[in-house]
Ligand binder design. Structure first.
Ligand code: FAD
Length: 409
C-alpha cells in the first residue's frame, strides 16, 4: 500500500538518489522528502568526470542533474555535506555525522560505490589519486598538462578514459595492468586489442601483466610506481582505477540482506519492506539472464530510481530494461548492451581496422550481449534482440552488408 504523505528519506545524493527525489515528486508524492548526501554539491553526473569535464569541455553547472534551486522549489529538503552513519530499523531512524537523527517512513539507500584502494606502501602519498567525485576530478585535472606524466593503475574503462583525456591535455600517460590484456573483466579480447592499438596510436604506453607492488615518493609526493619485477615507472601522479566496492556497510550493519551490495527485488525493495536500495549499491535481479548481480551504470541507476519511485507512489512497475552503458575515448563511442553470460560464440560484425564494428555474444541463437564501436544500429538492434530474446540468424548477423533491421526482422 502506498502512502503519498509518507516521509521519504533518501541517503546518498548521487545519480540514483537525485533522480529518485525528482521522480517521487513527478509521480505525485506529497509527503516530505529528505535527500542527504555527504558531498558538498547537488546531485551530478559522473560520466563526464573522466571525459569532457576532465578535458575542460564541461563545467560544474553542466554536470548537475538539476539546478540546485530545483530541490527547494519542489519541497525536497536537500542536506549536502552530511553523512549517514548508522541505521536503527526498529525505530526507523537514521543517525547522521552531524549528531542529528532523522526519522523516516520509507528509506531509500542510494549510497553508490567507492574506488578500491591498493593496500600497498606509498598508497597515501600525495598525487596517488582516485576518480569518483567532482573533487577527485579536480585534483586529477590539476595534475595533468604538458610535461606531466600520469601512471594509470588498472586498464579498465575509467583508467582508459582518463588516459585519453590526459593525452588530450598534453600529458604523457602510461597504463599499468595486472592482467595480460586491457578491460579483462569487462570486455572481449577483440575490444581489448582494438583499444590498445588505438591508445598506442595516440601515444599512450602500456605495461600488461604488470603487478604494482608500491608507490615511490619524495617529500611526501609520488614520483613513481614500483612493479613486481623491480622496475620503477616514473610519474608525476598516479591514478588508481582498479574497480569499486558498494557502500553497503550501513545496510549490512543494520541486518539487511547483503551480497556485495544490498539485495533487492524488482521494485528495488530490500529485505525490509520500508527500505529500498538503488544504483551502484544494489544487488538486483536481472530477469532476462535469470540471475542477480550489481551494476555500475547510469542507466541502471535511472531504472532502479524509477522502480523505487513507482513502488512508493503505488504506480505499476516500469517495464524491464535491457542493461546498457557506454564509454567515450578520443573519437570512439563504445556502446554496450547486455552481459555475456554462458556464451558459446563470439561473432565480429565489421572490420575492427575500420574503427567501426560490433562484437555479438551468442548463446545458441540468442544474443546475450553486444559491444558496438561507432555502430549505433548494431547497438540499438542488438539491445532489442537481447530484450525480446528472439532467435537470430548467425550468418546474416555476421554479414555487414545485411542491414541490422533485416537481421532483427
Ligand atoms: P553515486 O552517483 O556514486 O552516488 C552515491 C552518493 O552517495 C555519492 O554522492 C556519495 O558521496 C553518497 N554517499 C555514500 N555513502 C553515504 C553516506 N553514508 N551518507 C551520505 N551520503 C553517502 N556509467 C555509465 O553508464 N557510463 C559511463 O560512461 C560512466 N562513466 C563513469 C565515469 C566515472 C569517472 C565514474 C566514477 C563513474 C562512471 N559511470 C558511468 C558510473 C556511473 O556514474 C554510476 O553508475 C552512477 O553514478 C551510480 O549512481 P549512484 O547514485 O548509485 O552512485
Amino acid at each position: 500500500m502506498s502512502d503519498v504523505t509518507a516521509h521519504v528519506v533518501i541517503l546518498g545524493a548521487g545519480h540514483a538518489g537525485g533522480t529518485a527525489a525528482a521522480l517521487l515528486r513527478q509521480y505525485g508524492h506529497e509527503g516530505p522528502i529528505t535527500l542527504i548526501g555527504e558531498e558538498p554539491i547537488a546531485p551530478y553526473q559522473r560520466p563526464p568526470l573522466s571525459k569532457a569535464w576532465l578535458k575542460g569541455e564541461a563545467d560544474a553547472d553542466s554536470l548537475a542533474l538539476k539546478p540546485v534551486e530545483f530541490y527547494a522549489e519542489n519541497g525536497i529538503d536537500f542536506r549536502p555535506g552530511v553523512r549517514g552513519v548508522s541505521l536503527d530499523r526498529g525505530a526507523k531512524r537514521l543517525a547522521l555525522s552531524n549528531g542529528e537523527t532523522v526519522g523516516y517512513d520509507v528509506l531509500i539507500l542510494a549510497t553508490g560505490a567507492r574506488p578500491i584502494a591498493l593496500p600497498i606502501e606509498g598508497a597515501d602519498l600525495q598525487g596517488v589519486l582516485f576518480l569518483r567525485t567532482a573533487e577527485d576530478a579536480e585534483k586529477l585535472k590539476a595534475a595533468l598538462g604538458p610535461g606531466k606524466r600520469l601512471a594509470v593503475v588498472g586498464g579498465g574503462y575509467i583508467g582508459l578514459e582518463a588516459a585519453a583525456s590526459a593525452r588530450a591535455l598534453g600529458a604523457e600517460a602510461v597504463v599499468l595492468e595486472r592482467e595480460p590484456r586491457l578491460l579483462a573483466r569487462v570486455a572481449c579480447e577483440t575490444l581489448s586489442t582494438f583499444f590498445k592499438t588505438y591508445h598506442e596510436a595516440h601515444g599512450v604506453a602500456f605495461e600488461l601483466g604488470a603487478a604494482v607492488t608500491a608507490f615511490r615518493g619524495e617529500n611526501g609526493r609520488v614520483t613513481g610506481v614500483i612493479l613486481s619485477d623491480g622496475r620503477v615507472i616514473d610519474c608525476d601522479a598516479a591514478l588508481v582505477g582498479v574497480g569499486a566496492r558498494p557502500n553497503d556497510e550501513i545496510a549490512e550493519d543494520s541486518g539487511l540482506e547483503c551480497a556485495r551490495g544490498v539485495v533487492v527485488d524488482l521494485s528495488a525493495r530490500t529485505s525490509d519492506p520500508s527500505i529500498y536500495a538503488i544504483g551502484d549499491v544494489a544487488h538486483r535481479p536481472m530477469p532476462i539472464y535469470d540471475r542477480m548481480f550489481r551494476m555500475e551504470s547510469v542507466p541502471n541507476a535511472l531504472e532502479q530510481a524509477k522502480q523505487a519511485a513507482c513502488a512508493i507512489t503505488g504506480r505499476a512497475p516500469p517495464p524491464g530494461e535491457t542493461p546498457w552503458q557506454w564509454s567515450d575515448q578520443y573519437d570512439i563511442k563504445l556502446q554496450i548492451a547486455g552481459y555475456p553470460f554462458d556464451v558459446d560464440e563470439v561473432l565480429v560484425r565489421g572490420d575492427p581496422a575500420s574503427g567501426k564494428f560490433a562484437v555479438f555474444h551468442l548463446k545458441g541463437d540468442q544474443v546475450q550481449a553486444v559491444e558496438a564501436i561507432n555502430s549505433p544500429p548494431e547497438f540499438m538492434m542488438g539491445r532489442q534482440l537481447i530484450g525480446n530474446r528472439r532467435p537470430v540468424n548467425r550468418s546474416k548477423l555476421a554479414d555487414p552488408s545485411v542491414s541490422m533491421k533485416e537481421v532483427a526482422a
